[in-house]
Design a protein around this ligand. Structure first.
Ligand code: F6R
Length: 240
């Protein structure tokens, strides 16, 4: 695990975007595993800038997102499909038919989980971008999620609902379930880039890097992946 500590969110975003851009430059047909949330917004902004400058193109790339809220379709501004359109896809030259976000409104969610797992197995991520939950989750693999798990529907932890309530009018509006890649789907990526900033992530960062590898801290499994880069700002690295 390579750990890079930087001053602030801005620097974390620039370094993260560099790493993602390098993968696309080296392999224009790369499959990029993407995340939503506040953490990657700055890196996406920087990727858009690189695209606008003519430094990179996503024309032949594919994307696979980690997760989606159950019950929200892509036209809902709180959905992760909408987030990806808004924060990245609509600003770059990606072919939308090659962008993948699990569907939270599929008629049969079990069938959707199987479809997504199969699609991931057929096209493994050249790089998977991750944020980190304050409870140590990656994707929406909450504490206790099995390390061998594939795409599944999960209940969100109370702390995750509280953390994400900032993006909704009322906490009651936060969906309580999500469809998420499993840990095994994440770990199949050739390379993993995890970014974390802010002091509310410091304890999870400590457990991920210094703690035991345990399903109680899903991100601790990353200690066993051969190619992981972690970029932290000073606050998130505060307990290392
Ligand atoms: C998002 C995701 C989550 C977030 C995590 C951190 O697709 O899978 O694991 O990365 O909850 O969220 P932020 O970045 O909002 O702190």
């Amino acid at each position: 695990m390579q750990i890079i500590v930087v001053e602030n969110y801005e620097e974390m975003s620039l370094r993260g975007a560099e790493i993602l851009a390098a993968v696309v430059k080296e392999k224009p047909t790369a499959t990029l595993g993407l995340a939503t949330g506040t953490t990657p917004i700055g890196a996406y902004r920087e990727l858009i800038r690189k695209y606008e400058n003519g430094e990179i193109s996503f024309r032949d790339a594919r994307t696979v997102n980690l997760d989606e809220y159950v019950g929200l379709d892509g036209s809902d501004p709180h959905s992760y499909r909408y987030f990806m359109q808004d924060q990245l896809f609509s600003h770059i030259d990606i072919d939308l038919s090659r962008t993948n976000v699990p569907s939270g409104v599929a008629e049969d969610l079990a069938v959707e989980c199987t479809r997504y797992t199969k699609m991931l197995a057929e096209c493994p991520q050249d790089i998977q971008l991750l944020g980190l939950g304050s409870d140590g989750h990656i994707g929406f693999n909450e504490p206790g999620a099995p390390f061998g798990g594939h795409t599944h529907v999960t209940d969100l932890a109370a702390s995750t609902i509280r953390d994400n309530a900032r993006l909704f009018d009322r906490i009651e509006d936060v969906p309580t379930r999500a469809i998420t890649m499993g840990i095994a789907d994440v770990m199949q990526a050739k390379k993993i880039l995890l970014m974390a900033n802010g002091k509310n992530k410091a304890e999870a960062v400590r457990a991920m890097i210094k703690g035991d590898v345990t399903e109680a801290c899903p991100a601790s499994i990353l200690q066993r992946h051969p190619d992981v880069i972690v970029i932290l700002d000073r606050e998130a690295a505060g307990l290392l």
